[in-house]
Design a binder for this molecule. Structure first.
Ligand SMILES: NC(=O)c1ccc[n+]([C@@H]2O[C@H](COP(=O)([O-])OP(=O)(O)OC[C@H]3O[C@@H](n4cnc5c(N)ncnc54)[C@H](OP(=O)(O)O)[C@@H]3O)[C@@H](O)[C@H]2O)c1
Length: 313
């Protein structure tokens, strides 16, 4: 996959949830820092040729996309050198009319006439019905307003259905994978995407540094052996498996560390061991894979895992 200017996609991408403070339109904003910090971090990342992201008008009550645009204008990068996914999440969008408005606002704020991909969730397809959402997406493709279509937080059966509808216009599935949470691996989401030649984009790959805070034995050992950080081991593993982790950071040292995670190789057996790792004696909560609450169910997995005792290996 390439940007419209012909540049290959970087192996890691830019997370934009948290830029302008954490929160969707239906939530209070938390953890906000000065806008300059977000813009500086984004300019730094863009100038290092990290070139794909997803933008959502609900993130930071609209501030995330505005700050991203400011950073893009300040950077040495042009819009055509980026692959931007416009994400539509149901918690921000109470009606079909608000979806159409959101799409119009995306082009206006970004001063662009196209998205590289437009993303919907399985839950939005269930909430509004497949037909009205598919019609919106087909129209965007037909009018060259989006180059591709993406899906998020979906089961293998919905991914296959989506592929039947959009074929090679189906760019990526965006889902959660982390060192501890392997539901997408176990459920076959990652493998079905690979089979269909649909990219696996990974959200919250570092679990906001919570994985590192746990200090899992294998990560400590590998970090020591390769003189890397635990987060670098995680990102290196994901990229080796040809998944594309999307990381949010406001810290230039972290951003450089994340980019440098691509510059080494581990032994094949070590990648195999990481792939096979599952937290011992942990029974994860149920996910209703075909249901409308799948987004919340998966976030539940990401949070629940922190209940595991710190001394588990
Ligand atoms: N499709 C969906 O349903 C969905 C759901 C959630 C998120 N997303 C997308 O996925 C993106 C990534 O997820 P996320 O932002 O929740 O989680 P994340 O990228 O795993 O973690 C971001 C947090 O980790 C810290 N961090 C980043 N690199 C670090 C490093 N090298 N060392 C230590 N700490 C580091 C950052 O702090 P510093 O600022 O201090 O570096 C930040 O607080 C989001 O921004 C959003 O775009 C999509």
């Amino acid at each position: 996959m390439e940007t419209i200017s012909g540049k290959s996609l970087s192996k890691i991408g830019i997370g934009s949830y948290g830029v302008g403070g954490r929160g969707h339109r239906d939530m209070k904003i938390t953890e906000k820092v000065d806008n300059e910090i977000y813009v500086d971090a984004l300019v730094h990342t863009l100038n290092k040729n990290i070139n794909f992201t997803e933008l959502c008008l609900g993130y930071g009550h609209g501030q995330s996309i505005v700050l991203f645009k400011q950073a893009l204008d300040k950077s040495q990068v042009s819009r055509e050198d980026l692959f931007i996914t416009h994400s539509l999440y149901p918690r921000d969008l109470p009606s079909i009319e608000t979806i159409n408005q959101d799409i119009a606002d995306f082009y206006k704020i970004m001063q662009t006439d196209y998205a590289d991909s437009t993303l919907v969730t399985q839950s939005i397809l269930i909430k509004f019905g497949e037909k009205p959402i598919y019609d919106i997406l087909h129209n965007l493709v037909k009018q060259n307003k989006t180059r591709y279509i993406s899906l998020s937080n979906a089961s293998p059966s919905w991914i296959k259905k989506f592929y039947d509808e959009f074929g090679d216009k189906f760019f990526a599935h965006e889902g959660h994978l982390s060192y501890e949470v392997r539901a997408l691996q176990d459920k076959g989401v990652l493998s079905v995407c690979k089979k269909l030649n649909v990219e696996n984009i990974i959200w919250r790959p570092l679990r906001r540094n919570q994985t590192k805070s746990h200090d899992w034995d294998m990560l400590i050992k590998l970090a020591r052996k390769y003189q890397k950080t635990q987060n670098q081991i995680i990102l290196n593993w994901m990229c080796h498996e040809e998944y594309r982790p999307m990381v949010m950071s406001t810290n230039k040292k972290h951003i450089d560390e994340n980019i440098e995670s691509l510059n080494f190789n581990m032994d094949d057996n070590e990648y195999k061991l990481i792939n096979e790792f599952r937290p011992a004696n942990y029974i994860s909560p149920e996910v209703d894979w075909e249901g409308i609450n799948i987004d919340d169910d998966i976030v539940g997995l990401v949070i629940d895992i922190d209940k595991i005792k710190k001394n588990s290996k």
